[in-house]
Write a protein that binds this ligand. Structure first.
Ligand code: HEC
Length: 136
């Protein structure tokens, strides 16, 4: 067997390995955010409003929320367990209460992917696995 044969098979195996890595399904952010919009309409819009603007002094905004965008883990936990006590969103203090939601890992990831990429926000993906890990 020639060196050429080995070189060729090596190349073939490498190309196959590489392309199989690429074929690994990437997280579909668009689909997740589209589902998240439905979840938002069903569970969140009544307080945080249509454009995420909230209601002054009562319900904090999610649109361009420096508070929400500052900590991905914290917002996952807040959707699961609720929010109490004083928080500061876009320079304003809120001290009201939100109870947690009984949503699936995927619903939490979807609604946050929608919020983190709507209303002027731009943020990395939240996966259902990350939500699951924070339930404990
Ligand atoms: C009954 C009204 C109500 C509903 C419905 C509601 N929230 Fe809230 N939300 C609040 C209040 C009130 C606070 C602030 C609590 C505080 O002051 O401690 C808050 C805070 C937040 C925060 C952190 C603060 C911010 O503005 O960044 C996030 C994120 C959030 N809510 C997301 C959600 C999501 C996602 C849903 C739907 C699954 C939802 N909320 C549904 C009332 C609500």
């Amino acid at each position: 067997m020639s060196v050429k044969f080995f070189a060729c098979s090596f190349l073939f195996v490498s190309i196959c390995t590489l392309s199989s890595f690429q074929r690994k399904p990437a997280f579909d952010m668009k689909a997740s955010a589209a589902r998240g919009k439905e979840t938002y309409i069903a569970y969140c819009i009544s307080c945080h409003m249509e454009k995420g603007e909230g209601i002054e002094d009562v319900y904090p905004p999610l649109a361009k929320s420096d508070y929400m965008m500052a900590d991905k883990k914290r917002s996952i936990q807040q959707v699961l367990r609720g929010v109490t006590g004083e928080i500061k969103v876009k320079g304003k203090v809120y001290n009201t209460e939100m109870s947690g939601f009984d949503l699936s890992d995927q619903e939490v990831s979807d609604v946050l992917n929608y919020l983190r990429n709507s209303f002027g926000n731009k943020g990395e993906v939240v996966t259902p696995e990350q939500v699951k890990a924070l339930r404990k």
